[in-house]
Design a protein around this ligand. Structure first.
Ligand code: HEC
Length: 118
C-alpha cells in the first residue's frame, strides 16, 4: 500500500513538474516575440517605402488613408493587425501576411499607434 501511494505521489509530482515547465515556457514568449533590432529597422523601412507608397511617405495618406496616431485613434489593435495581415479585399490594401509575422505586425501597429519619429 505504501509503495503504491508513493508511486501515485511520484506520478502526480511529475505531472505538476511538467505543467510547471509548460507554464514557465509560456512566460517569456511576449518578450521573445519582439523582432530583433535589425528586423525592426527593416520593418520601419518597409513602413516608409512600401506602405508609404500608398499611405504617403510620411503616412499622411495618399491612395490609402493616413496612418498617423490621430487617424488611428479609437481603432483596435486587433482590427489594425487584421487589416495589415489580411488586406482589404476589393480595395487596394494588399495582404502582408507573406512578408510579416503576426508578432512583427503587432510591433508595427504599436509603432503606428505611438507615432514613429521622423
Ligand atoms: C497598394 C496600396 C497600399 C499599400 C502598399 C498599403 N496599403 Fe494600407 N491601405 C490601402 C488602402 C486603399 C486602404 C483603405 C482600405 C479601406 O478603405 O478599407 C488601406 C488601409 C490600411 C489600414 C486601415 C486604416 C484605417 O484607418 O482603417 C491600415 C492600418 C493599413 N492600410 C496599413 C498598411 C501597412 C502597415 C502597409 C505596409 C505594410 C500598407 N497598409 C500598405 C492601400 C495600401
Amino acid at each position: 500500500m505504501i509503495g503504491r501511494a508513493f508511486l501515485v505521489g511520484q506520478r502526480l509530482f511529475r505531472i505538476f513538474l511538467l505543467l510547471g515547465m509548460v507554464g514557465w515556457a509560456g512566460w517569456p514568449v511576449p518578450s521573445l516575440a519582439e523582432p530583433s533590432v535589425a528586423r525592426q529597422q527593416e520593418l520601419i523601412h518597409l513602413l516608409r517605402q512600401d506602405c508609404g507608397s500608398c499611405h504617403g511617405l510620411r503616412l499622411l495618406g495618399g491612395l490609402g488613408p493616413p496612418l498617423l496616431p490621430a487617424a488611428l485613434n479609437g481603432k483596435s489593435k486587433e482590427y489594425l493587425e487584421n487589416v495589415i495581415l489580411s488586406g482589404v479585399p476589393g480595395l487596394a490594401m494588399p495582404p502582408w501576411n507573406p512578408f510579416l509575422s503576426p508578432e512583427e505586425t503587432g510591433w508595427l501597429v504599436d509603432r503606428l499607434l505611438e507615432g514613429i519619429p521622423e
